[in-house]
Design a protein around this ligand. Structure first.
Ligand SMILES: *[C@@H]1O[C@H](CO)[C@@H](O)[C@H](O)[C@H]1NC(C)=O
Ligand SMILES: *[C@@H]1O[C@H](CO)[C@@H](O)[C@H](O)[C@H]1NC(C)=O
Ligand SMILES: *[C@@H]1O[C@H](CO)[C@@H](O)[C@H](O)[C@H]1NC(C)=O
Ligand SMILES: *[C@@H]1O[C@H](CO)[C@@H](O)[C@H](O)[C@H]1NC(C)=O
Length: 448
């Protein structure tokens, strides 16, 4: 009897673990589904406590997860990870809470650049390492091949490189026999490129050459606004017949304060939830940009040099304390929003009837991508000649210098700082500034 129990208990535990394993998420048509056919809507949080990798400290993940569950979150977005680190503890703790990961594949020095865009073997190898690591976890729901690569109206020549990265990562995923983890892109909200970029990345007739999902970092809805006033009606109009899932990969304008998150009721409401798959609110930790839902202590600039859990003047570990009233406001919004969407068994027929959308035509001074030109091959760079004929920045000399993005992006209803620096950690901002400077130097040099 005892020996039977000794044998049976581990077997039982083993099978219990199998039973409680988190269901995977897949993209079918323009929607995400759990394995049981229930539609999945993201209620996500941008989670980057530390610049390099927030998914390595299991105890901290667990402290944060308790608060995320209280908030009603079922997704996180992480911008930077260290592929060589051990993520098992955090990932299984998130899985236990029904929280899925959307992770960016690029690291600080492998992102695709808008200026002199290229997609090469070095970048591909680093992207593969992140995928190799995170495909192990059933609660990895999606990967991004880029975040806000295009930041200005004249940046469209970088779009084919984003798509080339997606093509190669999808092919690698399939060649390795990994699960069909959706591969997507997170776009800056640039009015001049909208909806051309969105359509370009999803229009290929061959599904190997298009994204599996598209997402938008949008800060259009600020304070007491509405579906019409915010411009969400136009986002909805332009996404209505979109063939792949689309969602907000960052949202949560913070001017005026406090944030009420009323846009969530639009995103999960009748007008949008048939098209959009939810949103990721920017961001978990309170830091200089003042978007935090959680704080680990007041700003402590002086201590920064000596304390390893403080970076950029903010404590990045410890007991998560809700930032009030924002945390409560988001919690209250999400508590009332439970779209059921459509069941996969009813949707399959619809999905198989989805037709391709038209690739956007190139226009002078606007969308500068020829819909008939082949995607760049691995290692290809944008030739200056091609850039010139397509009427991009190198022809007019002044373009790159003005490329802060502020003038080109749809910032009119949001705080000026929201668009270009959201979604970035301090280190990324430094990088962005140095990129901008080197871009200016490059443009000037080329112009001379
Ligand atoms: C399907 O799975 C999800 C995620 O586990 C769960 O929340 C939902 O209740 C399930 N739906 C049904 C109908 O069982
Ligand atoms: C790829 O581009 C990066 C610069 O972004 C460069 O450092 C690296 O050497 C290139 N790799 C190859 C294989 O050309
Ligand atoms: C789609 O593209 C992939 C990868 O480029 C290629 O292997 C495949 O043959 C293409 N399929 C069709 C139907 O053209
Ligand atoms: C996007 O929406 C705008 C505003 O309603 C409209 O003018 C434009 O034609 C739409 N574009 C597409 C491709 O749907």
């Amino acid at each position: 009897m005892w020996s039977f129990l000794a044998l049976a208990v581990p077997v039982l535990l083993g099978s219990l673990q199998a039973v409680t394993a988190v269901p995977t998420i897949s993209a079918v048509g323009s929607k995400f589904f759990y394995e049981n056919g229930t539609q999945y809507y993201l209620k996500g949080i941008a989670y980057q406590l530390t610049p390099h990798d927030p998914l390595v400290d299991t105890a901290q993940c667990k402290r944060d997860i308790a608060r995320m569950s209280e908030l009603g979150a079922n997704a996180i977005r992480v911008y930077h990870v260290d592929a060589s680190a051990d993520h098992k503890g955090c990932m299984s703790a998130f899985a236990d809470a029904g929280i899925y990961l959307f992770v960016d594949l690029d690291t600080f020095n492998t992102q695709i650049e808008q200026t002199d865009p290229h997609w090469n073997q070095t970048q591909f190898d680093r992207f593969k390492e992140v995928l190799d690591e995170f495909q192990k976890f059933d609660n990895t729901a999606g990967v991004f091949v880029g975040n806000e690569v295009l930041t200005t109206a004249d940046g469209s020549q970088a779009a084919p490189y984003v798509l080339a990265a997606a093509r190669d990562i999808k092919a690698y995923r399939d060649e390795k026999g990994y699960r069909q983890i959706p591969v997507g892109y997170s776009a800056a909200d640039i009015a001049d490129l909208r909806p051309m970029l969105q359509n370009y990345l999803a229009c290929a007739g061959n599904h190997s050459d298009r994204l599996d999902f598209y997402s938008l970092n949008a800060y259009e809805w600020c304070g007491q606004s509405s579906y019409e006033q915010s411009g969400y009606n136009i986002l909805q109009k332009n996404a209505t017949d979109y063939p792949i899932p689309i969602f907000f990969s960052e949202t949560g304008c913070n001017t005026p304060a406090p944030r009420t998150f009323h846009d969530q009721s639009a995103i999960f409401g009748k007008k949008m939830s048939g098209t959009w798959s939810g949103s990721i609110v920017y961001e978990w930790i309170e830091e200089t940009n003042d978007y935090g839902l959680i704080s680990y202590g007041p700003s402590v600039k002086a201590a920064a040099a000596t304390n390893s859990i403080i970076e950029d003047g903010f404590t990045r570990k410890g007991t998560p304390t809700p930032v009030s009233p924002d945390f409560g406001n988001l919690k209250a919004q999400w508590a009332t929003l439970h779209p059921t969407g459509v069941h996969l068994s009813d949707y399959r027929k619809v999905a198989s009837g989805i037709t391709n959308i038209k690739c956007p035509a190139s226009t002078s001074g606007g969308w500068a991508v020829d819909p008939n030109s082949p995607l760049p091959t691995l290692g290809q760079t944008l030739s200056k000649e091609a850039a010139t004929t397509m009427g991009t920045s190198s022809t007019d000399g002044k373009a790159t210098a003005a490329g802060s993005g502020a003038s080109a992006t749809a910032t009119k209803k949001s705080s000026a700082s929201a668009l270009t620096i959201t979604g970035t950690t301090a280190t990324e901002r430094l990088l962005a500034v140095s990129m901008l400077l080197s871009g200016v130097v490059g443009a000037v040099a080329f112009w001379l």
